[in-house]
Design a protein. Sequence first.
Length: 209
Amino acid sequence: SRIKIGSLVFSNFLKYYQLCRSAVNEVSTRLDNLNTDFQLRYEHNPINRIDERIKNIHSLMHKVARKGIPKDLDMINRRIHDIAGVRVIVNYIDDVYLVRDALLAQSDIKLIRTRDYIKHPKDNGYRSLHLVVSVPVFQTDGKKIALVEVQIRTMGMDMWASLDEKMHYQAVKNSQAGVHAPELEKYAGELNSIERDMQTIFTELGETD
Ligand code: 0O2
């Protein structure tokens, strides 16, 4: 039980990861329930897909080193908020904020931080709404509070982000960073414009129902 990752005791680390896993399950279940409820009440599913992920230890340690964070669970917990991650892919742009509001309306979920890369896209064209929320998790020894990063984005934003990620990975492998960056930035804008037009049609159809 004294096996260590750097200076972190492995068994403590496992417990921490288990807390993050439970927090992801908690948030994901709540989102799934909200989606079903939206369907029953308004005949509209805002959520297309939910992806869950726990940051792997390699990428966590990379981030810890990059940010110069001491290898201490308390410090890691305080400074890194995306170990537990839930990505919500929604159908239309307005659904991003519909899902955000419905989640934050739950009295035991607290908003810790918002980064709205939809209202303020990154220079490369990346769009997505990032929330860090705290959520209660019930363990055998009582209630714990855990942080979860919730990324909410449309299908177009998600398609763009996955291509961007793949290109980034390829570029690192072939040392060709940024070759397609201008095209990608242009496509991000075009996708956004198409999704805004689709939103307009969807809203109009709803008004004439
Ligand atoms: P992975 O593999 O998804 O975990 P912070 O330290 O949290 O204050 P950080 O980490 O830059 O600052 O947080 P931010 O801006 O909220 O974004 C972190 C995550 O958003 C990334 O996680 C990506 O998932 C996603 N993301 C942000 N910018 C981009 C981008 O330009 N392109 C793509 N494809 N995704 C982006 P990780 O940790 O990088 O990776």
